[in-house]
Design a protein around this ligand. Structure first.
Ligand SMILES: *Cc1c(COP(=O)(O)O)cnc(C)c1O
Length: 379
């Protein structure tokens, strides 16, 4: 049995050190915000190449607080993509604004800059490109369009800790960068956590106030905010795990390279690509296959845990029926939805395990190709 993700294997070699860090928080009593969070913020800002990092409760709050800090609210529109985790759009709705979707590029599954211009209206305030699966969107044209129209750019880097675009870290390309430390992410907490990074001290200050009930001083509330603070325990765990992030990403890249090699040139199979000038951190290794649902079920039956990221595009979610998008609105995103299959990838995945995944997948694709040929002969 090869799991899709193995957090046990990931934490086992670090468990004693992580438990000691948790104990230090328990002994100090600094559970909500406080010095452990501040220490992690400094370390994460440094590692990300940003002036400031603000620890928050989760990645969704990171996005929502960033939009809020940019002044996005009722009546505004924010542009993002339909093939992402739901929270990329949900954060926009939580601010009272309207999500507007644009299609993605086939080869990276990230925002199509040429579709962006057409989606801009007088109500547009911001753009949220999503660095899906661990590779950044094509930021240069996106930033140029944003500058021309004076729009804020908030990067959804929730899957892209350590990814680079033309040598620059994900999250430092736009006005603010948002991260999730959900346990399964490339940098994962022992629960929920997130962060916002920015080089803009005013925006950082606003996020800090908004994450803490709009307090400028204890019990003095300048504005209405939320309880969006990071936990001390999560900060202590993350500070330790951050030290290994580059190594863990290097392991993921090695896994991806082995998949690339073993799965090359197989009819009916399209592999993910790393674009020139980008450093992909392979949060997800997603291939495209014809009979996806059949392959997914068979892989599971044969002991290989796979996933789909994501099975329903956001514009067709029941929650967004009111936005009025119909099937066919975003052909590329919808095609990806129908055919994408995420293979197991995590830093501790071994070459023999990868061989097994590849052998199983190849076997399935060959037998389903035979079936299709047999059907063609029969008819
Ligand atoms: C995980 C994720 C989020 C939300 O993060 P949470 O910490 O779960 O709130 C947002 N966007 C993307 C692309 C994600 O993968």
């Amino acid at each position: 049995m090869i799991p899709f993700l193995d957090l046990h294997a990931h934490h086992a070699p670090r468990k004693a050190e992580l438990m000691r860090a948790i104990e230090a928080v328990v002994d100090s009593g600094q559970f909500a915000g406080g010095p452990f969070v501040t220490r992690f913020e400094l370390a994460f800002a440094k590692a990300s190449g940003a002036r400031e990092a603000v620890g928050v409760a989760n990645g969704t709050d990171a996005l929502m607080l960033s939009l809020w800090a940019c002044g996005v609210g009722t009546g505004d529109e924010v542009i993002t993509v339909p093939n992402s985790f739901f929270a990329s759009a949900e954060a926009i709705s939580l601010c009272g604004a309207r999500p507007v979707f644009v299609d993605v590029l086939e080869d990276t599954a990230t925002m199509d800059p040429s579709a962006l211009e057409r989606a801009i209206t007088p109500a547009t305030r911001a753009i949220i490109p999503v660095h899906l699966w661990g590779q950044t969107a094509d930021m240069e044209p996106i930033l140029a369009i944003a500058r021309f129209h004076r729009l804020r750019v908030i990067e959804d880097a929730c899957q892209a800790h350590g990814a680079l675009y033309q040598g620059k870290p994900a999250g430092t390309l736009g006005d603010l960068g948002c991260f999730s430390f959900y346990p399964g992410k490339n940098l994962g907490a022992f629960g929920e956590a997130g962060a916002v990074i920015t080089d803009n001290p005013d925006l950082a200050a606003r996020v800090r106030i908004l994450r803490d009930h709009g307090q400028t001083r204890k019990y003095h509330h300048g504005v209405v905010g939320i309880n969006g603070r990071m936990d001390g325990i999560q900060a202590a765990v993350l500070e330790i795990k951050l030290r290994d992030l580059d190594q863990m990403n290097a392991n993921r890249r090695r896994c991806a390279a082995l998949y690339d090699e073993r799965l090359a040139d197989i009819p009916g199979l399209t592999l993910p690509t790393e674009q020139p000038g980008r450093h992909h951190v392979y949060h997800i290794y997603s291939v495209l296959v014809k009979e996806r649902d059949h392959v997914l079920a068979e892989m599971g039956r044969q002991g290989v845990g796979c996933g789909i990221h994501y099975p329903v595009p956001i514009h067709l979610q029941p929650a967004y029926r009111g936005l009025g998008y119909l099937p066919g609105a975003f052909p590329v995103a919808e095609r990806l939805t129908a055919h994408c299959l995420s293979l197991p990838i995590f830093p501790e995945l071994t070459p023999p395990q990868i061989e097994t995944v590849c052998r199983t997948l190849k076997g399935l694709l060959q037998s389903s190709a035979c079936e299709i040929q047999a059907d063609a002969v029969a008819s």
